[in-house]
Design a protein around this ligand. Structure first.
Ligand SMILES: Nc1ncnc2c1ncn2[C@@H]1O[C@H](COP(=O)(O)OP(=O)(O)O)[C@@H](O)[C@H]1O
Ligand SMILES: [Mg+2]
Length: 302
């Protein structure tokens, strides 16, 4: 992650992608400029990622939210407009095109069109240069990708569309995007999962899906792991006690503890080639939780 230019955080809904993105952006921005990209549709008018930083939403253009940290909201419309501006010569035609309701309807319903807009918006940010230099404007770009299906629609875009569109400005944008997103040098995706059976199965499928769309996978982040210092003997004694007194507190925790251990062992066995980053379950939430997760990430990364 310290070397990655582009970091795509994926995983199924509710596993902690947003919390991880916020924490990671804090840690990485202590050393270099970071751009944090939100993609979600606002929930009840606000973005959960922006809320962590005390705002309702991020703007389409990058805005400074902390020292070394900028944030923005990726939207298809910004990508579409920028793409059209670059591809259609002359302002009058472009203005008419963007105002056309037939074109708007087409843009909203055409397959992959939304993804294409997101993709192009991201591509513009990747290519941004620092003022007066040829260096990239952002050392790291962290993207809080939508849940699994949408994420794969986005990462699979170049491969899918390249087969249909061979030449012209769309084809060149796809090729350019591919040269970043499918390159082990520039980009890694990370799959976030919970230490439970079904999420682990789904995360293994997602790793396969990402590889199939040619996006390099950098690792798996197992979030909300629970561990204890109890010995095997003590755990057996607890089991015995619980068997005799069904209403005793702690049954749920013990089950989670065992699930955590099993899930971690399974991921290590089935994905031995991928780094596994462990984040523990914290009792905090909101910005305090993000600080706890950032402290743990800092220890792993630095
Ligand atoms: N390590 C953690 N410890 C405790 N709670 C967590 C942790 N990570 C995430 N959560 C909680 O899990 C919920 C889902 O997290 P969120 O980041 O919004 O998931 P996602 O973006 O994947 O949908 C939130 O309520 C968040 O506070
Ligand atoms: Mg989220």
């Amino acid at each position: 992650m310290l070397k990655d230019r582009i970091i795509l955080i994926t995983g199924k809904g509710g596993v902690g992608r947003t919390v991880i993105c916020a924490a990671l952006s804090k840690v990485l921005s202590e050393k270099a400029d970071v751009l944090l990209c939100d993609m979600g549709a606002p929930e009840g008018g606000h973005s959960p990622l922006a809320r962590i930083f005390g705002r309702d939403n991020f703007t389409a253009g990058p805005q400074k939210i902390a020292p070394g940290l900028l944030a923005c909201h990726l939207t298809p419309a910004v990508g579409h407009e920028a793409f059209l501006r670059k591809s259609i010569p002359g302002g009058a035609l472009l203005g008419a095109a963007l105002k056309s309701s037939a074109l708007q309807t087409f843009m909203q319903t055409a397959p992959s069109f939304a993804e294409m807009g997101w993709f192009y918006h991201l591509l513009m940010l990747i290519k941004e240069r620092a003022p007066g230099s040829n260096e990239p404007r952002y050392r790291h770009i962290i993207v809080d990708l939508p849940a699994t299906g949408h994420a794969l629609a986005l990462t699979g875009l170049p491969t899918l569309l390249k087969r249909m569109i061979k030449r012209g400005p769309v084809a060149s944008a796809l090729l350019e995007g591919e040269s970043y997103l499918n390159s082990d040098y520039f980009c890694h995706s990370y799959v976030v999962t919970l230490p439970e059976e079904l999420p682990v199965s789904e995360s293994l499928e997602l790793v396969g899906g990402l590889k199939a769309t040619n996006v390099p996978v950098g690792g798996i982040i197992m979030n909300r792991l629970v561990e204890s210092t109890l010995s095997a003997k003590e755990l057996a004694a607890l089991d015995e006690k619980l068997a005799k007194t069904p209403e005793i507190l702690g049954r749920y925790e013990l089950t989670r503890l065992r699930q955590s251990g099993r899930s971690r062992a399974r991921l290590t066995a089935e994905c031995p080639e991928l780094p596994l980053i462990i984040i523990h379950d914290f009792a905090t939430d909101g910005p305090l939780l993000v600080n706890d997760v950032a402290d743990e990430l800092r220890e792993v990364l630095l």
